[in-house]
Design a protein around this ligand. Sequence first.
Ligand code: SAM
Length: 384
Amino acid sequence: KFKKKWATTLPKIPCSRLALQYFDMNYSMQFGDLWPSIRISLLTEQKYGALVNNFSHKETVLKNLSAFNAKDFISEAQHVISLLQIQNNLDTSEKMTSGEASLNLVGQKNNAEKTQATNLLSSLSNTKLTCFKFSRGDISRFPQSRSDSFGLLEYYLMDAASLLPVLALDVQHGHSVLDLCAAPGGKTLALLQTENCQYLAANDLSTSRSSRLHRVLRSYVPRAQRTEHKVCITSQDGRLWGDAEANTYDRVLVDVPCTTDRHSLLEEENNIFHRIRTKQRQMLPLLQAELLVAGLRAVRPGGEVVYSTCSLSQLQNECVVERAVELAASDHGVHVKPQDLSCFREVFKNTFNFFQGCRVGELVLPHLTANFGPMFFCKLLRIE
Ligand code: SAM
């Protein structure tokens, strides 16, 4: 007996081609006229940012990176914030003399949103994070980082848009923070670079990816900054966190597994569009919602959670947030409110290209002149 011939001769369509077909079908509906521009950008080499390692010889690193003609996009945003604040003060004093209600920093909002935006922008003005990028349209690349005389690497290359969820999380001095899906560790490293975490729990289900996280932290963070009292790395199913450590953390980052759109279009290896992973791909929104619910339960009342993906899919972004908010309330009595992050669109518009049409959260769209993202992020405040 021999196997049927069709089993071996069935045409093998590359996973990346399947991903493109799927995206063409779904994203052309979701983004309409914007899709051709996003599509060509996704298929073109992405841009990186260089996150400066504050634990290395920072002055030297800053000098070296500036020599490449690259700029720190966070200090550029801080400059925009100062200008907005000056503008806001002028507007406020004019309105007060004419008796009208004052405008807020970025567009007209209610008082609660105005306070949130003001607090977030003031934290952004004080953040210790520094990340260099090349200007719009400049497609230069950073060389691989070197070790300094302490043996620590000088900067970490990452999609600069990946810093936005970390900045949105707004970790304050003394906070205890949970990074629920942490490996390979770009955002964990950025959280430590804020130098605000009193305690950081970094978890990832995959043991092999957790080893990469260990390696990243060893290469960038001095031993004294990652003792067991300061950083704890675990390898568990994040969905269990709601039961294991309910009402515990000040801040939780839920950077979930997703269709990793850019990777799926360019790499065959470990591609979620492989036929044998169809079921896993279809179950992603459920897994994402369960992870987000666990994060919402793990944060203390008054604490904040940021949900993020590197996918454009509305089903994995806004729909997951909306579903998780419902589930947290109905199944666990945990009530949360999505927070307005539109001020990010204003202060980071020189670096990133934002989508204007999200119901909740913000989405960075890849663009040929600013080829970062996709990156969706949404912040949720736990009320009770
Ligand atoms: N935050 C990481 C970073 O910035 O480098 C990237 C995280 S990646 C988008 C998603 C991660 O979720 C993967 O490393 C994957 O192993 C992990 N993951 C998948 N299922 C999980 C689960 N049930 N619990 C915890 N982690 C999970």
